[in-house]
Write a protein that binds this ligand. Structure first.
Ligand SMILES: [Zn+2]
Length: 182
């Protein structure tokens, strides 16, 4: 995990923890804890065929139409543009740019949102689209300690982050986007 080594995310976490009500310090503990336990916890992708894993530089796995070149994520059987059915597995670039995003400032209603958080543990988060030049725009959650740092057009990389745990105690991981440290 590169999270702790990032010169950009560390100061912002500290800054957040000073001005918030303890929410961020719990997250800081979580981040530190998850990186300590990486060697002992089995990590399992949330679904097969979504991203390259394990990988030092994860990439999303999409499909590309042999006829018109349209790319999709996740993989599809048929092309949404020309309706051709010759879709081939194709990797997205590891980096793209933030095309647009929105923030979720309060805990979503459940159902339909499958939540594990309580009102106390919920943290605002962002979702957005990352544009992979010449490929496609992909929606995903944005992994970010300080939402105010997000800017449309900033360079983003694909990362794999903890998502949940299954009944065996394995850590389920999924993809997210994170701003590339300057
Ligand atoms: Zn096509």
């Amino acid at each position: 995990m590169e999270r702790r080594a990032s010169p950009r995310s560390s100061p912002s976490v500290r800054r957040s923890s000073r001005r918030r009500d303890g929410t961020c310090s719990r997250r800081l503990w979580h981040v530190r804890n998850s990186s300590f336990t990486l060697t002992t916890v089995t990590q399992v992708p949330v679904a097969a065929g979504l991203f390259t894993w394990p990988s030092p530089e994860p990439q999303l796995i999409g499909s590309k139409c042999a006829a018109c070149g349209t790319m999709t994520f996740p993989q599809q059987q048929d092309c949404p543009r020309c309706y051709g059915n010759q879709m081939e597995e194709s990797l997205f670039e590891p980096r793209g740019t933030l095309w647009t995003f929105t923030t979720q400032e309060f805990i979503p209603k459940s159902p339909p949102y499958a939540r594990k958080e309580t009102d106390e543990s919920f943290r605002p988060f962002a979702v957005g689209y990352v544009e992979f030049p010449g490929q496609a725009r992909v929606e995903g959650r944005i992994d970010c300690a300080d939402l105010s740092e997000l800017r449309i057009g900033m360079e983003m990389e694909v990362v794999v982050v903890p998502f949940n745990r299954d009944e065996e105690g394995n850590e389920i991981v999924t993809y997210a986007f994170r701003a590339v440290s300057a």
